[in-house]
Design a protein around this ligand. Sequence first.
Ligand code: ZN
Length: 215
Amino acid sequence: MTTPEASPDEPLDFSTSTTTTLTCAGCQGPLTDSYWSAGGAVLCADCKAAVEAGQQAAPDPLSRVARLTRATVFGLGGMLVGASVWYLVERFAQIRVGLIAILLGWLVGKAVFIGSGRRGGTHYQILAVVLTYLGFGAAYLPFLLGAARERGTPLGSAMASQLLLLLPRLPIMVVQDGTLITGAIFLFGLLQAWNNTRAIRLEISGPFTVTPPGT
Ligand SMILES: [Zn+2]
């Protein structure tokens, strides 16, 4: 084992004689004096700057409006799929499975997130929650339609607009008509939509000072 010879001009530096095992997760270079933390990884100043630049200049050919439109279309798709599954299971399995509300929320959240270009963020979260909520109502619309048909109500445009107006109030009516558990499941479904559309942003903290082991 050789110790590097200190040149006469330089003061003896004891902190480097004890080799630190801290290396940058980006370039694998040794971290000598300061470092940054990003998502649990340790980065040097250059790699931290590169990560930041990459986040700021995330290339996306779509404009904000186009992204929001795509997220809405995707979310509506997820809502229709979820509401259809919900309706079909309740209709043909003859069981009330409000638990599908959770699946619906999850689906809508994922769809909106993908539609947003995997960005997420507060406005996408609100969009996903609103679509999920409307999806709860949409799942019950066919039942209302069936009940109206049984009563002999003509299924005209007046009926359709009436049902559309009723849609935003349907989930609340279902909860009022059901149990506390129904309400809890609905809330959990909305939470799934909210969580799945969270913005993914790497939190960078630092700089931290490298402390040599033994101090
Ligand atoms: Zn680095």
